[in-house]
Design a protein around this ligand. Sequence first.
Ligand code: UDP
Length: 320
Amino acid sequence: MTGGAGFIGSHLVDRLVDQGDDVTVLDDFSTGRRSNIRDHAERDTVRIIEGTILDEALVETLADGCDRVFHLAAAVGVAHIIANPLGSIQVNSRGTENVLTACAHHERKVLIASSSEVYGRGGQVPMHEDDDRILGSTVIPRWSYATAKALDEHLLLAHAAQGLRGVIVRYFNIYGPRMDPQGYGSVMATFLRQALTREPLTVYGDGLQTRCFTYIDDCIDGTMLAMELPSAEGQVFNVGNAATETAIAELARRVIETTGSPSSIVHETYESHFGKGFEDTRRRVPSAARASEGLGWTARVDLDAGLRRTLESWEQQDSG
Ligand code: UDP
């Protein structure tokens, strides 16, 4: 697995270990953390390799040694992408190309983690996998992430047309235990950190932009089904909780309520954080139809339950 030390990757490692698989983790530890996989460090069924997906030879060798590949390594988070557009594009395009080339060469089944960001600004909701993508200009750095992820999808589908067994999942605002407490962009991690340190919660813009927050356990269930079902091969699936559409200002209120924090809510302009010309997605809601019909998967954890579980683990993490 690439990116196995990251937030989502480490939960996937847990699941694979639980079901008795041997796992090789390739991670450059740029945003992945050793603490996420520390429970597995001593296990002889888990091999942890520090390296980058840009290292073609390494990727080739590791793919050869596996029977299937979960590709989750990526430069993630809007803030991160904007701060380092060049490095992000390289990892997200060339890195994935290396992984797919190696999987095609060694005939390994592969799942790639894509993102709801590929829908761009979004037109209509819910967003169906086959919908048009609506992105802004190339002078807006944010869209480089969606563009790179879309290229990754094209690459996988092109390889699949030549016989590669592969599947694509598009994640919608995944949250849960082990989100980066520094919150490299993710609004949920940022709000929780702010609430727990009694700082104001920073809502950008009018706060009426919405997201569908998807709990990590649901995300891992969907990911595993997509990898395991032969009928899913060659397809793209939304992995998102269509029932949790929440405005960001409302999320701020819920986080304050759940944590019992005395924090206030402040509104800030997009410009003050991202500079001029930032563009946001106004509403982001997945169509759940294909995942439901094709994978038999529907997200189950609602926002209140997910928030409570995340908070509990966060507090344990802090005290442990
Ligand atoms: N956001 C916010 N305050 C923050 C961080 C993010 O209001 O401190 C907003 C952000 O502008 C976006 C939404 O929350 O509208 C989700 O942002 P995130 O970076 O988590 O993910 P995105 O869905 O935009 O990829």
